[in-house]
Ligand binder design. Structure first.
Ligand code: PLP
Length: 430
């Protein structure tokens, strides 16, 4: 027996069940991944016992000799993974998550009630980029700062840079944020820099979703023009759950401002076990194998998009340039929640997602599907053609759910999904 089995069999059992769920299903959530056993070993280590408020060499607690070395290694590896020169760029590796990294970065760059612009949530943006509804300021980024979101062009699904420029000339934000949670296209960072420069705004890229693709040189490079770059470490980067803030050292006193914003402004003691896990993941992310992985993630997403297009479905922007697909189910008179539920019953994990123009945030008209997790389990293009076939079958069931035929269809579907022979690589654990 393991210590956990003896001490707390209830939690142990639930972990075993979740492990089984993760490894016996099709994980298609675009923000998730399977981190390596090496990362999990670091993350579950005695480093969790240590307090170390402050930065390496300047802590508020004793006993940080090894913790300092670990955090320094993590910082060096973060810069290396993104090919950054340490003379120009620095990084804070302490944020607990992407959301806290963003709030700390905003706190470093602008004052309370200063203006910011980020991609609207229904256009694919993230909550923390100033999300608010007509009635309510939802995110702390809209409560403590004044937010004016920009949108995608509803006819193409692509960011309307011209309109963004016009609005920003009127609104004059101090901070322009790019980056998204459900945007299947790459970003025009040079254009965004020009827009920010029209009125001296900072430009921040939140690369939480595409960090692994940028590290693997499979996406445009925001570091060329941005002042600050934030990311999570657990999506395409395939590390444990945390955040990073990169800052341009050569601009004003960004280094001090970002470091002070993380601690003591927004956080207390860093999670050293997680920082060690991030360091392991960043070492992996700088390897040639990871470049191959990033490429395969993208090729797989294109294969999946092509196959879904082949069934005649409507994908936002028509396809994808990254790891995710935003699938508009409204032409099928189907909600994202319904398809998500049907897929859940067959151990296919996707998430409902709003589509620009949706009337309700609570019953969105689409789903988001990503390829990073299953690519970590060695899925190739032909496997994603099979995944598209499963998704097609799920849609057929969802649209005929009132019919008697639906329960038979569902039963066959669940059996087929549980039959690992249908997708031969499904048994591979990373
Ligand atoms: N930024 C973007 C673009 C995201 O998609 C997410 C999470 O989905 C976050 C930030 C927040 O990350 P976390 O959940 O680690 O707080």
């Amino acid at each position: 027996n393991t210590p956990l089995q003896d001490d707390d069999p209830e939690i142990y059992e639930l972990i075993q069940k979740e492990k089984h769920r993760q490894f016996s299903g099709l994980e298609l959530i675009a923000s998730e991944n399977f981190t390596s056993f090496a990362v999990m070993e670091a993350n579950g280590s005695p480093l969790t016992n240590k307090y170390s408020e402050g930065l390496p060499g300047a802590r508020y607690y004793g006993g940080n000799e090894y913790i300092d070395q670990i955090e320094n290694l993590c910082r060096v590896r973060a810069l290396k993974a993104f090919r950054l020169n340490p003379v120009d760029w620095g990084v804070n590796v302490q944020p607990y998550s992407g959301s806290t990294a963003n709030f700390a970065a905003f706190t470093a760059l602008i004052q309370p009630h200063d203006r910011l612009m980020g991609l609207d949530l229904p256009s694919g943006g993230h909550l923390t980029h100033g999300w608010q509804t007509a009635k309510k300021k939802v995110s702390s980024s809209s409560i403590y700062f004044e937010s004016m979101p920009y949108q995608v062009d509803p006819s193409t699904g692509i960011i309307d840079y011209d309109r963004l420029e016009q609005t920003s000339l009127l609104f004059k934000p101090k901070l322009l944020i790019c980056g998204a949670s459900a945007y299947p296209r790459d970003w025009d960072y040079a254009r965004l820099r020009k827009i920010a420069d029209l009125h001296g705004a900072y430009l921040l890229a939140d690369i939480a979703h595409i960090g692994g693709l940028i590290a693997g040189q499979e996406a445009n490079n925001p570091f060329e023009v941005c002042d600050v770059v934030t990311t999570t470490t657990h999506k395409t980067l395939r590390g444990p759950r945390a955040g990073l803030i990169f800052f341009r050292k050569t601009k004003e006193d960004l280094e001090t401002r970002v470091n002070n914003a993380v601690f003591p402004s927004c956080q207390g003691g860093p999670h050293n076990n997680t920082i060690a896990g991030v360091a392991v993941a960043l070492k992996q992310a700088a390897s040639p194998e990871f470049q191959g992985y990033a490429k395969q993630v993208r090729v797989n997403a294109v294969a999946l998009a092509d196959a879904l297009n082949g069934y005649g479905y409507k994908l936002m922007t028509g396809g994808t340039e990254n790891h995710l697909i935003l699938w508009d189910l409204r032409p099928l008179h189907l909600t994202g929640s319904k398809l998500e539920k049907i897929c859940d019953m067959a151990n296919i994990t996707i998430n409902k997602n709003s589509i620009h123009g949706d009337s309700s945030m609570f019953s969105p008209g689409g789903v988001r599907v990503g390829t990073s997790a299953l690519t970590s389990r060695s899925f190739k293009e032909q496997d994603f053609v099979k995944v598209a076939e499963f998704l097609h079958r799920a849609v057929q069931i969802a649209v005929s759910i009132q019919d008697k035929a639906a329960s038979k269809l569902m039963k066959d579907f669940v059996v087929a999904c549980q039959d690992n022979d249908e997708i031969s690589t499904l048994k591979n654990e990373v």
